[in-house]
Ligand binder design. Structure first.
Ligand SMILES: [Fe+2]
Length: 181
């Protein structure tokens, strides 16, 4: 299984100040922003066509929190790889079961390492879907069935387009010589 670094998501105390800092420091732009769960706010930042977000910043870090990591995310090549990871996680006694989640543009499993650090393993879907959106998916179904379900859930969302088209637009926007997709 080929595993590629994709992004991390940090819990922050001042989301506007942190967003401004990373835009200033690394030239990131806000790809999307919105709310998750009851009242958490999330901002997605990227400077590359390869990843919808290279960094996510999410409210909810209290003054007493030592750590800031929500999760780090790695891309794998296929939905079968994600399913394989779910089986591996379920069989490993050092950690708890994973949570299968889809954001429309990705099919993921979230779990925690033995020290509680969040990990996301995901594969791309053929679609760009504006974020944040989240639904569950059934690892017991075939990959075709899962992807059809993802399209059914998110295909009519405003702003949905083919991933290749989204990446081409972003590559042009960021002045990349050619898309890295
Ligand atoms: Fe993620």
């Amino acid at each position: 299984m080929q595993v590629q670094w994709s992004h991390s998501v940090l819990k922050v105390r001042d989301i506007e100040a942190m967003t401004q800092f990373y835009c200033d420091a690394l030239g990131f732009e806000v790809a999307d922003r919105g709310t998750v769960g009851a009242d958490a706010e999330i901002v997605f930042l990227s400077g590359s066509s390869r990843d919808h977000h290279q960094l996510g910043l999410m409210t909810g870090r209290s003054d007493g929190d030592q750590g800031s990591l929500d999760h780090m995310a790695f891309r794998v090549g296929s939905l079968d790889d994600v399913k394989q990871m779910i089986e591996w996680v379920a069989a490993d006694e050092r950690i708890g079961d994973g949570a299968p989640v889809t954001h429309g543009n990705a099919v993921s499993v979230y779990f925690a390492d033995p020290e509680g650090n969040g990990i996301e393993i995901f594969c791309d879907t053929p679609w760009h879907v504006p974020q944040p959106v989240v639904r569950g998916w059934d690892p017991g179904k075939s990959s075709d069935h899962v992807l059809a379900g993802v399209h059914e859930k998110f295909g009519e969302n405003p702003g949905v387009m083919a991933m290749d088209e989204y990446r081409a637009r972003r590559a042009e926007h960021f002045g990349e010589e050619e898309s890295t997709s």
